[in-house]
Design a protein around this ligand. Sequence first.
Ligand code: IYT
Ligand code: CU
Ligand code: CU
Length: 273
Amino acid sequence: MSLFSLIFQSDTYLCMAFPVPTRQDAYIVDFIPLASMDTVHHMLLFGCQTPVSTNSFCVQGTCEDEAAIMYAWARNAPPTKLPKDVGFKVGRSSGMSYFVLQIHYGDISAFKGEQPFIAGIYLLMSVDTVILPGQRVTDADVACDYTSYPIYPFAFRTHTHRLGKVVSGYRIRDGKWTLIGRQSPQLPQAFYPANKQVTVKYGDTLAARCVFTGEGKTSKTYIGGTSDDEMCNFYIMYYMESRHAIPYMNCMEMGSEELFQHIPPEANVPINV
Ligand code: IYT
Ligand code: CU
Ligand code: CU
């Protein structure tokens, strides 16, 4: 077992990239944020092949290629624990040659060895939502058929900007909607524990709804990268048997109106924070 640890400190929004310190495959099995609650808002850990820079502010972005989010920590939220025997695959054959940490303070540990389960992230995101000014409620609906090997969700994370009221994610099997997680994106945007025993298998549908309000706005709001834009993200952190592991999947399809007629009413209930 090889163990390494990285510690950083800064008051600004820094991005630091670290080569995965092994040429072989390795697994991240735990995250130990050593963050001071007073100074750190949140931190995100990405994996990628080519970082933008090894040491810079985050304005230029994190990765040249696709950044895969592996961990999110937010002030006052409980840390995510990977279940026993589950690890994120990094290193040579995974396409994850670098860690990019976007923050002020952190600690990462990984050790190498046989991992029976591989952790992964499934991201549901809306790409086309438009929020009209003054409109009390706008739903962003995303849904995809799941056509791969079984996944076992254990944590979820929601992300919107200021206009998001509640984000909910579901598995739909034989017409029945089962909640994976529901949270206010105005609370710390960490990974929270998923509803237990909701496994996802071939033939299921994964669906998410973000509820926005256009109240108080004087112009249309689109999906985009600035804080005046919006985003609708529901991340599912899962594990999967390593012999057919897929570490990252996403869904960007707008769900059908017919399908979303059957969404449980809780998905429309704003969470007041
Ligand atoms: C347009 C949008 O919704 N962007 C999201 C989701 C996203 C994340 C990653 C899109 C791509 C990615 O490679 I990782 I393409 C977004 O930017 N979300 C932010 C962070 O960037 C992760 C968030 O906090 O969830
Ligand atoms: Cu922050
Ligand atoms: Cu965003």
